[in-house]
Design a protein around this ligand. Structure first.
Ligand code: UDP
Length: 472
C-alpha cells in the first residue's frame, strides 16, 4: 500500500472547539514534523460558522469531512452535552465505518484517532480494518487517570462522589474533594454517568493514548502513566498543543488596540471559554470584584446562565441576549479607562501573548490553561463545569500555577484573588514564579528531543511499523 502517498491519519472530532482546536494542532504537527497528512472527521451537529471558518483555515495537509447527520430527536430535552456527543458518536459508527473504508482505498491510512467521547468509533476502525487505534485526550493526565479507574470505582464506590467524606485519591494525582470531581460523574442516575463509565472501559481498546498535557504541570500522574502497565494502553503526553493561528472574530482588532495602550503586565484577562456563562448574581459580584481590585481588565462578557445551564453556549458561542445589560448600574462608566469589555468572544491567544496581559481569570478549561502556561500568564481559577473544578484543584493545590477564587464568590474575595496574582503578593508571588518555570518546561518539551516531541515520534513510529506488518 505504501507507494508515493504520504501516510494518512483519520481523526474523529467530537463537538466543541475545545476538541477541534487541539486535534487540528496535532494534525498540523504530524504534517510539519513527520510528513503525515490527515482528515478531520466532524459531526453534523457542530457545523457552526466558527467551525467552518476554522476548518477552512487549515493547511492543505489537513483535510476535513463531515459525517452525515444522525437523528438525536429521541434524547430527552435536558440531556447532558456529554450524553449528546456520546450518542452521536455511537450512532455514527456505521457511517464512519464506510468513510474509513473509503479512506483506506483512497489514502495510505496508517491510524485512526478518536477523542475522549469518541471511543465507540474504535469499532468502526476495527470493522474497516484500520490497524492502529489511538485515543486523543484533549484534557489532562489527572482526568485520564480518573477515567481509566472509573469502571473499577463504579463498582467499589456506590455512593455519589460529592458525598465522599475524604478527597478522592488516585495514583500519582493531587487528591480531589468529592464535589470537585468531574461534573459528568456527579449524578450517577444520569445517563451521562453511565456513558463515562462506558468510555473509561472502552479506552482500553486503544493501542495508545495521546494526552494534551506535559510532565512538568502534573509530574505525579505523568510518572505513573508513563510506566507501561499490562491491560492499559501506553500513555504519551504530547502537549501543550495550542492554537498557533487564530480565526478572526468580532471585536478582535478593538481589544488588541486597547491592550497596546496599557502598561506591561497590567491587565487581567477574564474569560470563561467557548461555552461558559455565570449566573447573574455571580456576574454582578465579578464586575464589582474587578472594580474593587483596582486592576485593569479585559473581560469577555457573556449573557448570564440564569434559566439555562452553565454551558448553555457550548454549541454556539454567540451570546443570545445583550450581555452588557446585566452589568451593575454605573459599572461601565466607573471603569471606563481601566476596563475593556468585549461581548462573547476575544482572540484569546493574541490576548495571552500580549505584553500588557499579566493575569488570566479563567474557567480552567484545559485549552485555556495550556494557552496561559505557554505564554507564562499566572491564573486566577474560577471553574464552572466539565473537568474544570478538578483542574482548579490540581493547579491551585498541586503544581501551584493558580490562585482559586473561594466557593462563595463575593466581590471582596474576587478582588483579593485578582490582586494576589496581579501584584505578586501572598500566594501570587509563588504562582508567578511557578508559571514562568512551566512556560519554559512546555517550550523545551516541544523542541526536538524534548519529552513531548519524543513521545509523538514514538507513537508515529508504532503507526509506521503497523503498516509494515502489512494489511493486504
Ligand atoms: N477562545 C477564544 N476566545 C474566547 C473564548 C475561547 O479564542 O473568547 C478559545 C480559547 O483560546 C481556547 C478555546 O476557545 O482555545 C476554549 O477551550 P477551553 O478548553 O479553554 O474551554 P471550553 O471552551 O472547552 O470550555
Amino acid at each position: 500500500a505504501a507507494g508515493e502517498l504520504a501516510p494518512h491519519v483519520a481523526m474523529l472530532v467530537t463537538p466543541g472547539m475545545g476538541h477541534l482546536i487541539p486535534l487540528a494542532e496535532l494534525a498540523k504537527r504530524l504534517a510539519s514534523r513527520h510528513g503525515l497528512t490527515s482528515t478531520l472527521l466532524t459531526f453534523a451537529s457542530t457545523a457552526s460558522a466558527t467551525q467552518r471558518a476554522f476548518l477552512a483555515s487549515l493547511p492543505p495537509a489537513v483535510a476535513s469531512r463531515a459525517l452525515p447527520p444522525v437523528d438525536l430527536s429521541d434524547l430527552p430535552a435536558g440531556s447532558a452535552i456529554e450524553t449528546r456527543m456520546s450518542e452521536e458518536c455511537a450512532r455514527s459508527v456505521p457511517a464512519l465505518t464506510a468513510v474509513l473504508a473509503d479512506l483506506r482505498r483512497t489514502t495510505r491510512l496508517v491510524a485512526f484517532v478518536a477523542d475522549l467521547f469518541g471511543a465507540d468509533a474504535f469499532d468502526a476502525a476495527r470493522a474497516a480494518g484500520v490497524r492502529r487505534r489511538c485515543l486523543f485526550f484533549p484534557t489532562n493526565l489527572h482526568v485520564l487517570t480518573l477515567m481509566l479507574h472509573l469502571p473499577d470505582l463504579d463498582v467499589a464506590q456506590p455512593g455519589e462522589f460529592r458525598d465522599l467524606p475524604e478527597p478522592l485519591r488516585l495514583p500519582g494525582c493531587v487528591p480531589v474533594p468529592g464535589p470537585d470531581v468531574l461534573m459528568p460523574l456527579q449524578d450517577k442516575s444520569d445517563p451521562c454517568y453511565r456513558w463515562m463509565v462506558h468510555h473509561g472501559a472502552k479506552y482500553r481498546d486503544a493501542d495508545a493514548v495521546l494526552v494534551n498535557s506535559f510532565d512538568a504541570v502534573e509530574p505525579g500522574p505523568a510518572a505513573v502513566l508513563r510506566r507501561p502497565e499490562p491491560g492499559r494502553p501506553a500513555v504519551f503526553p504530547v502537549g501543550p498543543l495550542i492554537q498557533s493561528v487564530h480565526s478572526k472574530g468580532g471585536g478582535a482588532a478593538e481589544c488588541l488596540e486597547w491592550l497596546d495602550r496599557q502598561p506591561a503586565r497590567s491587565v487581567v484577562f477574564v474569560s470563561f471559554g467557548s461555552g461558559g456563562a455565570l449566573p447573574s448574581e455571580e456576574m454582578r459580584e465579578l464586575a464589582l470584584g474587578l472594580e474593587q481590585s483596582g486592576q485593569r481588565f479585559l473581560w469577555v462578557v457573556r449573557s448570564p446562565s440564569d434559566g439555562g445551564a452553565v454551558n448553555d453556549n457550548y454549541y454556539d458561542a454567540e451570546s443570545k441576549r445583550d450581555p452588557f445589560a446585566y452589568l451593575p448600574d454605573g459599572f461601565v462608566d466607573r471603569t471606563r479607562g481601566v476596563g475593556m469589555l468585549v461581548p462573547s468572544w476575544a482572540p484569546q491567544i493574541r490576548v495571552l501573548a500580549h505584553a500588557a496581559t499579566g493575569g488570566f481569570l479563567t474557567h480552567c478549561g484545559w485549552n485555556s490553561v495550556l494557552e496561559s502556561l505557554a505564554h507564562g500568564v499566572p491564573m486566577v481559577a474560577w471553574p464552572l463545569y466539565a473537568e474544570q473544578r478538578q483542574n482548579a484543584v490540581m493547579l491551585a493545590e498541586g503544581v501551584g500555577a493558580a490562585v482559586r477564587v473561594p466557593e462563595a464568590k463575593g466581590r471582596a474575595k474576587i478582588a483579593a484573588a485578582v490582586r494576589e496574582v496581579m501584584e505578586g503578593v501572598g500566594r501570587g508571588a509563588e504562582v508567578r514564579r511557578k508559571v514562568a518555570e512551566l512556560q519554559k518546561a512546555a517550550a523545551d518539551g516541544l523542541r526536538d528531543g524534548g519529552n513531548a516531541a519524543a513521545a509523538l515520534a514514538e507513537v508515529v513510529g508504532t503507526w509506521m511499523r503497523g503498516e509494515d506488518q502489512g494489511d493486504e
